[in-house]
Write a protein that binds this ligand. Structure first.
Ligand code: P6P
Length: 330
């Protein structure tokens, strides 16, 4: 593969220069976040703040630091109209856009932050929507963000693991870039990523087994039954409890990642958030030939009613998602 980098990839003719500028600003912010993550206890960013975010979750210092890094770094992107984050109750307006339109950026600045203290991979997830046509010439409103995931013009994540990697789609396939720790450059290390349709690996928190809906229980039980069971093959289970790490494994070698609805909070669709976790991951997975299902329909078609709404998430290898869909239909 000829060596190319993120800047060159984003400056291709087909990419709106303002979109490329915004993705580069996100990438630069993630380089700064990467630095804080990797300093760990040697830095000032470890530990909990004692505050809670809009989700009612204890905020880690790195959660807020990462959020601030992205707010400050991305505001310079000339096409950016407003931002929204897991860590902020309301949207963060940046500038009005004229008739040429612009972009809305959503992110989970540091997903899986409960893993910071135990040195397990964590990540940043981001999603980019177009500003709605009726928003031209005025400041952004929260309602402008409430678009189905299929409207995304770009989505990606950065996983802070043994390597720091960005996996990105602009709607025409999925590429991966590895941060060169020496040069600080994002070097393309994978192009046109494809998820195998079949798999022998599933990821779900099995501590919740007694709370699952019947179709999910059936799917997992059949995986556990292995070669003697209806699947006729043995499966392996993984659960990092860091969505970016678990989804990166699916993007890298196939598999199924599930955080489905369960009986613990029957009125809540699921634990994960639609706008800045499920939707960006669903676009990446679909662009790589996989599928994403929320128990009723495609994640990307889910109706959006609020910025921080949650979703049931089942995504990964196409044949497995088709099976889960069939079990939910029967
Ligand atoms: P549980 C991390 O807190 C997170 O939001 C996702 O990254 C991860 O997949 C999930 O929650 C883990 O949840 O209930 O297994 O701890």
């Amino acid at each position: 593969m000829s060596t190319t980098n993120l800047a060159a990839f984003l400056s291709q003719g087909a990419v709106d220069p303002r979109l490329g500028e915004l993705v580069l600003a996100v990438a630069e912010g993630c380089v700064a976040i990467n630095g804080h993550v990797r300093r760990g206890a040697l830095g000032q960013a470890m530990g909990a703040l004692g505050s809670e975010n809009v989700q009612g979750e204890v905020q880690q210092k790195l959660d807020v630091l990462s959020n601030d890094v992205l707010l400050e770094g991305c505001a310079k992107a000339t096409g950016l109209c407003a931002m929204a984050s897991e860590e902020m109750d309301t949207i963060h307006p940046v500038r009005e856009v004229g008739a040429e339109g612009g972009y809305l950026l959503l992110f989970d600045p540091l997903d899986g932050s409960s893993n910071i203290a135990v040195n397990v991979s964590i990540g940043t997830i981001f999603s980019i929507l177009p500003t709605p046509k009726d928003s031209y010439g005025r400041a952004a409103a929260e309602a402008d963000f409430l678009q189905p995931g299929r409207q995304q013009v770009a989505a990606g994540y950065v996983v802070y693991g043994p390597q720091t990697q960005m996996v990105l789609t602009l709607g025409a396939g999925v590429s991966a870039f590895t941060l060169d720790p020496d040069s600080g450059d994002w070097v393309m290390t994978a192009a046109d990523i494809r998820i195998p349709a079949e798999t022998k690996e599933f990821a779900i928190n099995t501590a919740n087994t007694r709370h699952w809906a019947a179709p999910v229980s059936r799917y997992v039980e059949e995986c556990l039954a292995g070669v003697e069971g209806p699947r006729g093959k043995d499966f392996n289970m993984r659960w990092v409890a860091s969505m970016v790490a678990d989804v990166h494994r699916v993007m890298s070698r196939g598999g199924v990642f599930m955080y489905p609805w369960d009986k613990r909070e029957p009125d809540r669709p699921g634990k994960l958030r639609l706008m800045y976790e499920a939707n960006p991951m669903a676009l990446l997975v679909e662009q790589a030939g996989g599928g994403s299902f929320d128990g009723q329909g495609e994640t990307l078609d889910a109706k959006v009613t609020s910025l921080h709404q949650r979703a049931s998430v089942m995504l990964g290898s196409a044949a497995e998602i088709a099976r889960l869909r069939a079990y939910h239909a029967s």
